[in-house]
Design a protein around this ligand. Sequence first.
Ligand code: HEC
Length: 111
Amino acid sequence: MKLQNTLMIGLLAISVPPLHAYKGDASAGEAKAVVCAACHGQGGNSTIPINPSLAGQNYTYLERALLDYRSGARKNAIMNGQAAGLSDDDIANLAKYYSLQSGKLVNLKAR
Ligand code: HEC
């Protein structure tokens, strides 16, 4: 193979970003989570039984839940409304923030 071709393949490999490279910014998520705290509690530790705790939940699970509420694939009148205005970045940031919080879900993992 000619050297030029080898170099071209190398450059292509470097310039193609991996899929789903953006995995969220926890501090941007924390700022966005102010409205969520009314139901899901401080840091995602809910004190109201009908509202699930989010603290320490898996990043991918949280992201999936919010994407599905936004698209309507997962139906819940409250959360469909809450997720409607979120961008992809908001969802990644919120998922990152809640996945890093400690609480009941984290404690369950330790058992
Ligand atoms: C008015 C109350 C309320 C607000 C505000 C609210 N939620 Fe929820 N949330 C709920 C309820 C109730 C459920 C359970 C819905 C269901 O059964 O699918 C839920 C479910 C969820 C779930 C799925 C949890 C699981 O274990 O599957 C996520 C993730 C979530 N909310 C994130 C958020 C985020 C992020 C915000 C802020 C942008 C927010 N919620 C704001 C009430 C609320």
